[in-house]
Ligand binder design. Sequence first.
Ligand code: PBG
Length: 324
Amino acid sequence: MPFPIHRPRRLRKSAAIQRMVRETVLTPDDLILPLFVCEGKNVRTPIGSMPGIDRLSIDLLGQEVKEAHSLGIPAVILFGIPDHKDAQGTEAYNPDGVVQRAIREIKSKVPEMVVVTDVCIDEYTDHGHCGLVEGDEVVNDPTLELLARMSLTHADCGADIVAPSDMMDGRVQAIRKALDENSHQSTLIMSYAAKYASAFYGPFREAADSAPQFGDRRSYQMDPGNSDEALREVEQDIEEGADILMVKPALPYLDIIRRVRDTFPVPLAAYNVSGEYSMLMAAAEKGWVDGDRVMLEVLLSIKRAGAQMILTYSAMPAARLLNG
Ligand code: PBG
């Protein structure tokens, strides 16, 4: 008997052999770039809590999206920052709202870019909740109609994929019905199916100015202690007609990504959220970690866990690194 019996190090003997046996490879195809769109002309406002990320006015989107396209990033997801907020979030479904105009702008400048839109009213409501509020309650069914209307305005402007992130029950079905009844059968739905009530959204809420003005989101987003429940949420959204499922956040929920991947043969996305990004940037700024290497390792881990699509604020720098 030789000793040791197995020598796994043989497979690590050279960079070429490592490349031959590598199981997971990250490419720009895996990435979806989030963009924060605001009103105004020639506005590029850095977001303090997210180094490297800016709020952009519509006229600057063409340039940004062209660059993403040239790096090989196939899709962007849009978040709107409206000038006007009210209790019903009316700007969310204004046919000429900030996101609606942004979709048209991107589709006219870079038609090949897949445009995903976040469907949720929290950026548009003065109370900052993802649904309509009655008393101190976020009410489910009356919110569905608004989400369906919002999705329709996005599809009318040319959005390829609508992505509901509100966590109201039954929204995928309500949106699918509205789209189908208005000749948008080919618009995809990417559902934030397993979205947790996470503290990792902190920097986003500063970026989108969408922190809830009272209470929190625990009556609609999922409890971080739950895993079986994520499978039920995903299963329901598949039954309701979702084309792509999402787990969010990504890094603290890699186990959920893996369970969903092992259970359902569906396209799966994961959202590497603002807090995950900002933690990494902060540590890199302090020189405590090698920011570029950690960035790619994080994204690779999300893909290895089972996500085919990664929504990430690191999309541009990661694609540049991957393109070498
Ligand atoms: C809701 C929405 C949120 C994020 C994406 N869509 C905020 C929330 O649920 O509070 C967070 C994304 C991030 O943290 O990067 N419209």
